[in-house]
Ligand binder design. Structure first.
Ligand code: ATP
Ligand code: MG
Length: 565
């Protein structure tokens, strides 16, 4: 099924939203948000969340905000902010004038904290981090009240204002919610709302030395923006009671509904920002946009299209249970898209020279070649053909096994869009390596057929030697050598499972001449080799292509096997 024929099905989130609209909840409005923390580049898991939030808003004629959840100054950076905006736009979504930062609410969050203190719902606590952990209890044992828990609102107000004024060192105090130290939900055992941290913030500079916690900031930010459905991943399910508690205590304009779905996990790769950052920082890969990474920047550089990623996001859908999605499905989505759109061209990755001895020297003829058999509207191009050409080394065997339908001594193959050639002689260098083939062509087979109807099973791609352009081609394989490091031996670091051959650089590739004009981001199908994208390192002097994906659709095969069962 192609991306454009796909109709989205009902899922549990759509069911909730449709019921809310029917009941005229929120006046029938749908308002979502995508809330990244700017502490890394976005990955395919975020893409799923982006497609979901922006997609639902579009579907129900609502709105979706982009909000940076920037409450952690130490790890955040404007480089990440910029890359996130570029990635969301590239995926095809638009937040219009609704770009927000949690840091824009710091003053309001502070005022709300004062409100909580005044109403007896929060107190300033002097326990150290270790003591806090000890007082917190466990899943089976209730926690103990902090000795500071009965501090009067006046005293807490005074201390909290002085925390803001910078009178105390980092870690001296925290502001905590006063809820229930015996709650079976650990998140409700007087969670921390504010901590003292002397760290410059990429937006507010040194204006603040206290910073609000994510769990406190998030519900208030949602409410201030009039969000109706606050969609997040499953690990926040246990935080929902606190999300609701915060909003119930405060005079906020509305009370958004938090809805959780299972995060996307993809086989053979890593999706945690911490791990991605480690691979980038320690130079296991070439940067955040390394085509081996599942980052949006990496996928884009590799040759992925926004359409393929959106299609993938819809296909995997949303669920309440965690699962591992096969990387083959993502690749399948790209093939589906590029199959319709990518121009077919010929490129010889590992060239073997062929001299066509009966073809006139200095003669060049132009042969017509279709650009995409899937779409005749994409037209044709002219390919130069001459006496010396290159074919793929793999397309020749001196000593062929049975059922080898390509070229071997005395055998014939069809050259795509051109003629039949027969191998007459194998020329070797002094060390015994094949240096060229001497072949003869059948002038009557132009275009790929003959009058006598003789059978030629193999078809090879080729390029004219004199006209070919040189290129470097980068072939990629899986980032990890196992589907899920968590399934492997315990105690091993994920980096021990990095695939040592995830990148192969092939130099001296020979491409058809039209590709000299290709520019970064252009995508093609190299016949029989896969879909390729011009890399950002590429220049007219040195063309560089990335293989986005091979042509073998293992997902389609898996699906077929499943249906036949
Ligand atoms: P971390 O918790 O390591 O900071 P994160 O992946 O949760 O990383 P955020 O920037 O907080 O990063 O994520 C932004 C949004 O994207 C959140 O709403 C989060 O739930 C969602 N998201 C993150 N990872 C995935 C994933 N693998 N699948 C689906 N949604 C995800
Ligand atoms: Mg997060």
């Amino acid at each position: 099924m192609a991306a454009e024929d796909f109709t989205p099905g009902l899922n549990f989130i759509r069911t909730i939203i449709e019921a809310d609209i029917k009941a005229a909840k929120n006046g029938g409005r749908v308002h979502t948000r995508f809330p990244p923390e700017p502490n890394g580049y976005l990955h395919i898991g975020h893409a799923k969340s982006i497609c979901l939030n922006f997609g639902l808003a579009a579907e129900y004629r609502g709105l979706c905000n982009l909000r940076f959840d920037d409450t952690n100054p130490g790890k955040e950076d404007v480089e990440y902010v910029d890359s996130i905006m570029a990635d969301v736009r590239w995926l095809g979504f638009d937040w219009q004038d609704r770009l927000y930062y949690a840091s824009d609410y710091f003053e309001q969050l502070y005022q709300f904290a004062l409100h909580l203190i005044r109403t007896g719902k929060a107190y300033v606590c002097a326990l150290t981090a270790d003591q806090m952990r000890e007082y917190r209890g466990t899943l089976t044992d209730p926690g103990k009240n902090s000795p500071c828990r009965d501090r009067s609102p006046e005293e807490s107000l005074d201390l909290f204002q002085r925390m803001r004024a910078g009178e105390f060192p980092d870690g001296a105090y925290v502001l905590r919610a006063r809820i229930d130290m015996a709650s079976p939900n650990l998140n409700m055992r007087d969670p921390v709302l504010y901590r003292i941290r002397r760290e410059s913030h990429h937006r507010t500079g040194d204006r603040w030395c206290i910073y609000p916690m994510y769990d406190y900031t998030h519900p208030i930010s949602d409410a201030l923006e009039g969000i109706t459905h606050s969609i997040c991943t499953l690990e926040f399910e246990d935080h929902r009671p606190f999300y609701d508690w915060v909003l119930d205590q405060l005079p906020v304009p509305c009370h958004p509904q938090q809805i959780e779905f299972a995060r996307l996990n993809l086989s053979y790769t890593v999706m945690s920002k911490r791990k991605l950052l480690e691979l980038v920082d320690k130079a296991y890969v070439r940067g955040w946009d390394d085509p081996r990474l599942p980052t949006i920047a990496g996928l884009r550089r590799r040759g992925y299209t926004p359409e393929a990623i959106r299609y993938f996001a819809e296909l995997v859908g949303v669920a309440k249970r965690e699962s591992m999605v096969d990387m083959a499905l993502l690749e399948h989505c790209l093939r589906e898209d590029l199959n319709r759109r990518a121009r077919r061209v010929m490129a010889v990755l590992r060239p073997l020279k062929v001299v066509i001895t009966n073809y006139p020297e200095h003669q060049v003829e132009e042969l017509a070649a279709e650009n995409n058999p899937e779409d005749p509207g994409m037209g044709t191009r002219k390919l130069p053909f001459s006496r010396e050409i290159y074919i793929e080394q793999d397309d020749f065997r001196e000593d062929p096994p049975k059922k080898f339908f390509r070229l071997s001594p005395g055998k014939e193959i069809r050259l795509k869009h051109a003629y039949y050639i027969r191998c007459d002689q194998v020329v070797k260098d002094t060390s015994g390596n094949i240096s060229e083939l001497r072949c003869s062509y059948d002038p009557d087979s132009r275009g790929g057929g003959t009058q006598d109807g003789r059978k030629v099973l193999g078809t090879s791609h080729w390029v004219s030697a004199a006209h070919a352009v040189d290129a470097e081609v980068r072939l990629y394989d899986k980032l990890l050598s196992v589907p899920d490091p968590a399934d492997e031996k315990e105690g091993k670091d994920f980096k021990e499972y990095l695939n040592p051959v995830s990148l192969e650089i092939v130099k001296g590739c020979k491409l058809e001449p039209g590709l000299a004009a290709a520019s970064p981001g252009d995508r093609f199908q190299f016949l029989r080799q896969g879909y390729f994208c011009v890399d950002s390192d590429s220049s007219p002097e040195q063309l560089v292509f990335n293989r986005a994906v091979t042509l073998r659709d293992s997902w389609a095969k898996i699906e077929k096997a499943r249906q036949n069962k």
